[in-house]
Structures are given as C-alpha cells and as structure tokens.
Design a protein. Structure first.
Length: 200
C-alpha cells in the first residue's frame, strides 16, 4: 500500500459532521438528506460505505430533476439539487387535478412539500384524445402573455390570457402566430395556417 492509498483510506474514514443542502425550494433539507440515503440528524456518520447507489435515491423524487453529492475535505458532504418547477395544473375529467412540471412529470403536493403559489399557475384541461404534451408546450410558449388556461379538443387548442383568448388548430401554427396575442389585446383570435382572424 502506497502513501497515497493510506491518505485516501484515512480521509474516507474521517466522520462526516456536516451536510450542506442547496438548490432545494420545494423539498426540505431533511427530505433531501433522506432521499440521498444520508442519516437525518446531527450525529457524525462514516462515508466509507456510502455508495453511488444510495445517492440515486434522490432521483426517486419527482421534484428532483438532477442532483450532485460531493464529499468535501475534511468532514462535509454537499448536496446540490436541481428541482423541477411546476408549470401548470392539469384538471383531468373525473380525477383529482395534478401539478405538472415542464416535462410533464406529475409533482406531488403533500406534507413537507411547499406548493408555492399553485393557485396562480395556468390550468390545462380538455376532452377527446389527450393532447397534454401539446398543451404543456403551448403553455410554456405563451408564458409571456400571462396564460390563465389552455384547453385542448379534437379540433385544436385554445388559450385564455390576461388580455383575451386565442384558438389554433395545431401547435406549430399557434406558436408561429402567437405574436398576434400581443398585437390584438382584448380580442378573440383564431389562428389558421393561412393567417389570423380577429374578432371583437
């Protein structure tokens, strides 16, 4: 065994006395520690048998998009989490509403999870064949217009904004002519592949 091996072995045997959690806004530091497989509390613990497989528990939470667990000399573990942010509420027919992230991940709201200003999020609803992915993309694309709701039907998508309503038969055309929403406030706008119709 060389000196470097001995130094590494002695460093890994130094107890961890401090865990620093950052990047969390919805999950508490205690929840992050628990998901990371680290003991909860102030008592020191060993690092030697803490493996990557335990840290993967962080990704079991739908709130965590990515995470990094790093041991910092001499006695600190740093956990940096990148949380998903809620984009909209999805009102499903005959089922409880869901909080959705941009990627469509359902985000739970329960004990210890801060929901933030859920009431201010746009509402997605609809009927017919599910078009949730399109509705989420439209909600994101129209975010500068203060979208209040997006509704999908077999014939298209409609959006209610703070200043009016807009309808489009398909997502690509809707996004292409979305600037019409700002150009014609307080109007009903219908977006077609060949142009825009504006109604009082």
């Amino acid at each position: 065994m060389c000196i470097r091996d001995r130094l590494y072995l002695s460093w890994t045997q130094v107890p961890v006395r401090q865990v620093v959690v950052s990047g969390n806004t919805r999950l508490t530091a205690e929840q992050v520690r628990r998901l990371a497989g680290l003991p909860v509390g102030e008592a020191p613990f060993g690092w030697l048998y803490y493996g990557r497989w335990k840290a993967k528990g962080l990704l079991d939470s739908p709130w965590v998009a990515s995470a990094e667990v790093v041991r910092q000399f001499p006695d600190t573990v740093r956990i940096q989490v990148n949380e998903r942010r809620p984009l909209a509420r999805w009102n499903r027919p005959g089922k409880p509403p869901l909080l959705l992230a941009e990627d469509g991940t359902a985000l739970p709201v329960g004990p210890g999870v801060t929901p933030g200003n859920v009431a201010a999020l746009p509402v997605i609803s609809g009927w017919g064949p599910e078009r949730l992915t399109e509705a989420l993309r439209l909600t994101r694309a129209l975010s500068r217009y203060t979208v209040q709701s997006v509704t999908y039907t077999p014939s298209g998508l409609s959006a209610q904004t703070a200043t009016g309503t807009a309808w489009g038969g398909d997502l690509k055309t809707f996004v292409k002519y979305a600037g019409s929403i700002g150009m014609y406030p307080n109007k009903k706008i219908h977006i077609y592949p060949w142009g825009v119709s504006v109604q009082e």
